[in-house]
Unconditional design. Sequence first.
Length: 488
Amino acid sequence: MTTSHTPLVTEGTHLIAGEWLSTSPGGSGTSENPARDGEPVGSFPLADGSVAADAVGAATDALENWRKTSFWQRAKVLETAAALIDQRVEELAVLLTLEEGKTIAEARGEVAITAETFRYQAGMAKVSTERIYPSGTPGETIRTVRAPLGVVGVITPWNFPILIPGWKIAPAIAAGNTVVWKPASNTPLIAVALAQVLTEAGLPDGVLNLVLGPGSMGNAIVNDERVHGVTFTGSVPVGFGIRDAVTARNGRVQLELGGHNPSIVFDDADLDLAAPMIVGAAFGSTGQKCTATRRIIAVGSVYDELVERLATGVQGLAVGDGLQDGVGIGPLVSPGARAESVDALATAVAEGAEVIATSDAPDGECFFAPTLLAGNDRLSITTEEVFGPISTVLRAADEDEAFAMANSTEFGLSASIYTNDMWRIDRAVHELEAGLVKINAATTGSEIHAPFGGEKQSSGHAPREQGDTAVDFFTRTRTAYIRPGTIR
Ligand code: NAD
């Protein structure tokens, strides 16, 4: 496949009250292809806080009517959106790879799951969330109903720039909320493409509003009293700042943040299964998954053989332009992201880590060779999240030490173990401090119909995203006591 691409000059990229606007008080932004040294993918106007406030106003105005629509109408829009995404998989996947850098195979997968998310949440819109409770008063019914949360701010990262917005926007609008969406600045055009899908699917004006702008513009959404809740996925410092601002005005906040995910490998593990799975989980998507395997804990005698197999896997990774055939690992998203990985690797080596294996990587301002380190749990890189393709093998003497090491960071998103011992499996399910516990499986990957989220600093305290729990964040529960009007 060729990588040549004509830049899109994109106007009308803010969607407010059904109008595509080009207002650019923040100047102009450029979406850049990380595989081609920042070659422009497209340019777009940048909004500021006042444009974001207009978007909140549009969402506020649209709320009353959307809230009252039937669940059938909302489900129909989501189903139509899913069908449109399916029709456009290739177009959307190419745009995703051009902006974000992941391989075209990864991009196709992400787009396909996004369609599935809209389809699933359309189905969930038809499932009753009401409950009936017994009453001590004859003739009375106690019934809980759900009201939409209201106007929802959706703030999303660049690493899954169509899927993560889908996780949030689909259940939000299914439950009768209206949305103001601020996507990440590195991946604006795929956000525009998703918003176009939803308008074409028949979403009424003002139900979804999209504003493109810098992170600081997000403050205008977060601090706006008219926004009833904010759902955020991104880094810990930004997430905690949003939490503080939203909860200070008694708004509702949902956070999905960083991770430092361990995989423990025991000496009874099937290494034919474990080694390739760990390499994929550590380095797939160029290590830019919140659930990527950052620490590999080898227990006892398995260490040498595991390291040898992991090294062979890393050396075999094909790094390059994600649109090219045969490439398994794309570039990092930006020169800044590459600089972070370069610095983190230098610090790790200075602190005593040993480089066990790297793969070849092309020259280019965003390419970084996937790197396997051997180290210990006192290294900065084994406690702080580095959002790139670096993973560290640690040695644990026994099961107790391995579990303690796995739980020793401030994060708790995902964790996995490889073993055939049912006692260890049971212990892992109960004692690994992570929202996702995977047994003989990668720390990465989840299914959209099951709840998703982390523990400790990896999440807030809101209900889980995805699955049948997604609706909980986006609705308020009201308890109705209903008695007949006439005394008998
Ligand atoms: P980020 O925190 O820098 O940015 C996330 C979003 O917040 C972007 O849209 C950004 O423009 C916006 N933003 C920045 N400053 C803001 C502010 N002051 N107010 C409001 N919005 C603001 O994160 P990122 O670099 O885009 O993404 C990488 C991080 O996301 C990693 O830490 C990764 O672990 C995490 N992540 C977590 C999950 C999860 O489900 N737990 C999934 C994907 C990514």
